[in-house]
Design a protein around this ligand. Structure first.
Ligand SMILES: [Zn+2]
Length: 277
């Protein structure tokens, strides 16, 4: 059943973005970064880069990194994964290492009770589905639609109280699971979910954990995921402007009640979306 549902609902991960290449019409480049460097797991490090000429190409852990020009020169804006360990790290810029230090941050623990034990310990069929879905999601998290300059100032995608849920070390039915790599916004089912910034829809589907979900690529490796939706109202390849409707709040997938789960990713590392609000 699970497989049949997924096969009919999951769409291929083809990143059809050719239509927006060179449009240059969305995403205003801010004069300065709207946030300070927070070089912690789940945070964003802002790293000064050498050189004043053309935009340097920087990578972190093999992933291309967003660069911005400030009054003082080029800066790399680097997402740090929750799994990163504190200590010296480096990004690579034109074959040279530029080092920075990850500071420690300990996130609180959260214990969650789920009635559906399969959402805690998936069976073999579920595991196969999860693996297929991860293969679909992997390119979506890395999407870099050409010609899209991401805004780094986001609107809240749906009204509601912001929880401090990002980064929580979670224990489902007594079993430790991956940390919470997103922000939960408590909201009633059916409430509109709107694009927090311009972007292109790179993947939609019905996923085991995320339920009905939308992946929105904002440009230069900045990607949002909106999960547990009751309804998705956009299609893959669609270009959206800030405030455009993406879908409605729900509780599909692994959720204990209606809310919006919003993950924000830079260079394939999930970071706290509150840094961008
Ligand atoms: Zn969540």
């Amino acid at each position: 059943m699970m497989m049949a549902r997924c096969l009919s609902a999951c769409r291929p991960a083809t990143l059809l973005i050719a239509g927006v290449i060179g449009s240059g019409m969305i995403g205003a480049e801010p004069a300065s970064l709207p946030f300070k460097s927070s070089p912690v797991p789940g945070g964003v490090a802002v790293i000064a880069l050498p050189g004043q000429g053309a935009a340097p190409r920087a990578t972190y852990r093999g992933e291309p990194v967003l660069v911005r020009r400030s009054a003082r020169g080029w800066q790399a804006v680097v997402g740090i994964p929750l799994s990163a360990k504190p200590g010296r790290e480096a990004i690579e810029v034109g074959g040279q290492a530029v080092s920075f230090t990850i500071k420690p941050k300990r996130y609180p623990e959260q214990r969650i009770t789920l009635k559906d034990q399969r959402k805690v310990t998936p069976n073999a069929e579920d595991e196969a589905r999860i693996a297929r879905e991860q293969a679909l999601m992997a390119p979506a998290w890395k999407a870099w639609p050409e010609g899209l300059v991401p805004s780094l100032r986001f609107h809240q995608p749906t009204p509601g109280g912001l929880t401090s849920s990002f980064g929580l070390r979670r224990i489902f039915n007594g079993e430790p699971r991956a940390p919470h790599a997103g922000l939960d916004i408590k909201a009633p089912a059916g409430q509109a979910v709107r694009a927090p910034a311009a972007g292109v829809v790179v993947l939609t589907g019905d996923f085991f954990f995320s339920g009905n979900a939308v992946f929105l690529a904002h440009g230069e490796g900045v990607v949002s995921l909106f999960a547990h939706l009751s309804k998705v109202t956009v299609k893959q390849g669609q270009l959206v402007q800030p405030g455009d409707l993406l879908g409605e709040v729900g509780m599909t997938g692994r959720a204990t009640g209606p809310h919006l789960h919003w993950s924000l990713s830079l260079n394939n590392a999930r970071v706290d979306p509150r840094l961008f609000l």
